[in-house]
Design a protein around this ligand. Sequence first.
Ligand code: BG6
Length: 535
Amino acid sequence: MELHDSPDGHPGAPGGVTSPCAMVMFGAGGDLTKRKLMPAIYNLAQTHMLPLQFAIVGVSIEPYSEDEFRDRMTSDIREYSVDGVDMSVWNQFVNRLYYVSGDFQDPALYKKLGETLARVEKEQGTSGNILFYLATSPVFFPIVVKQLGAAGLARQEGRKWKRVVIEKPFGHDLASAVELNRAVGEVLEEKQVYRIDHYLGKETVQNILAFRFANGIFEPIWNRRYVDHVQVTVAEELGVELRGGYYETAGALRDMVPNHILQLITLCAMEPPISFEADSVHDEQIKILRAIQPMSPERVLDQAVRGQYAEGLIGGAHVPAYRSEPHVAPDSQTPTFVAAALHIDNWRWADVPFYLRTGKRMAERLTQIVIRFRRPPFVLFRKTLVEKLPPNELVINIQPKEGISLRFEAKIPGPIVRLGAVNMDFQYSDYFGTTPSTGYETLLYDCMMGDPTLFQRADMVEAGWTVVQPILDVWKALPPRDFPNYAAGTWGPSQADELLRREGREWRNPEPAQGRRSDPSAVRSAPSAAPVRKP
Ligand code: BG6
């Protein structure tokens, strides 16, 4: 995250440009490469963050020639680069694309790859630094790593670094995550491994740390004395689209919670690290993961909710039920929604519930963290019951609109004292404009700079699975009887509302658009207070 020499001892280049390197993309024929990785690399090139001594070697099973691969990448970048392509930038780049085809299990592929990398180093001056990116199905992670080791391609010599990026999922439960870490650890040092969680590439997610630790006014109230509870919502309007095959084996809990949602919770809940060096930040995050109260089977039944979407309306259009999606079993038991209450056993957060919920085909695309503060101890405005005053609320909006807002009470103008809730809003785009971003730019840049702060350490992955394993176990033992239990286009099953209601709380849902169901917790219509003067 910071510009500094890399913690693994291999320096990044000065001036913000990464050090020379070759990036090897396993799975170069796949979706991730064309939708995210190539556009992100292009954005880095366009903003002059990549050195001239940079090259990409695509690896996949398809038998393309190098020219065919280049043509294909050129048509893909035209299609997937969000803000168009400056062909003068791309054309400089295209002759730095190489391609090797073969079977990931075949040692001959790695021999060919080694020869190509030697050629790349000579032609492009990549200095022997190599970033291997495993954009493949997870079954290949241990296979590719083992073969890289056997072919000697992951060996670091002198100042030549070798790093391996692994996409999620890191295992499908605790035991498989431990096994994957073991297999990877047989070949690579932990400092060579970059386990990517694309949520950490989102600006507002990184901003949680800046917000908390670069300002003096929030930290003193960031604790059980002032905070009533925290809500984390990651809602998607999309269904599973064409990923039914994968999703049937994963479901909402595995897909979103041990990774993205627990990352958000740890960043919100952790103690200030002693520095922003990767290990200092990770040490604080893992303390939170380990402090999350393990759930007994009874607690799982009481405090975790699962759901699956039925058909419904999204934006006025009819969408099918999960069970009618391609590659999904007609009697599927896979959850597409999960909600739960977690408790963090430490001095700062004792008795402050952290509620999480995530789901597909929900009413709106929305990722937000809500810090709801305690009410004032009593109310001076005698005609207003204290229970009627909405509590102060800090909302960190991660997507689709990135920003932070604070809700507080103000007097409504007029001779009678009446109170209304107002918002003080900060929108990223108002202050900083928008830059084309896939969310992968920062993460790729950090890998090349050797900064693992925004990546998951092996022990964090295992600690994340430890939190969700009891839920997986109970849900496996007791298959759901009421699926599908929420209509597409809503905020999930009623049990998720009940989870908070019985504790006297409610989810913060955005104001419903016309035609959507009404929402009692939405902020009362009130103008935003004037924003602070722009810098
Ligand atoms: C991925 C999940 O990790 O995150 C997907 O596998 C999900 O199922 C996606 O749709 C959500 O990411 P974002 O950035 O669109 O919120």
